[in-house]
Write a protein that binds this ligand. Structure first.
Ligand SMILES: [Zn+2]
Length: 111
């Protein structure tokens, strides 16, 4: 597995994510600044704000995973399972570039 290629892909993924996050936080700020008097419109605003925050939380989680993967890569631990220390198969890393566990230990962070 080519470390540089993996790193490049992760960095690309991270910059996409950061773009998306800044776009959604801009939307949140724009909406917060708007004045709405109609109650039903207000309720709709709140719903869509919730949706935006949810996207934001998911992005934050993803960002954390990418950063962890990059960190592991820089310590030459990228293909080592964080739980049992065995080598994670290349096939699995290609499918889940941000995973830190082998298929045996894959429990909580398996997405
Ligand atoms: Zn393991």
């Amino acid at each position: 597995m080519d470390k540089l290629t993996v790193e490049k892909n992760l960095l690309k993924q991270r910059s996409h994510l950061l773009n998306r996050m800044s776009a959604s936080s801009e939307k949140i700020h724009q909406r917060k600044g708007g004045k709405k008097t109609d109650f039903s419109e207000q309720a709709m605003e709140i719903d869509s704000l919730d949706a935006l925050f949810e996207i934001d939380n998911a992005s934050r989680h993803e960002l954390h995973k990418i950063n962890t993967a990059l960190n592991r890569l820089s310590h030459n631990e990228y293909n080592l399972c964080a739980y049992c220390g065995k080598t994670i198969s290349e096939q699995r890393l290609l499918a889940l570039p941000c995973t830190d566990s082998c298929s045996d230990c894959c429990s909580n962070d398996c997405a």
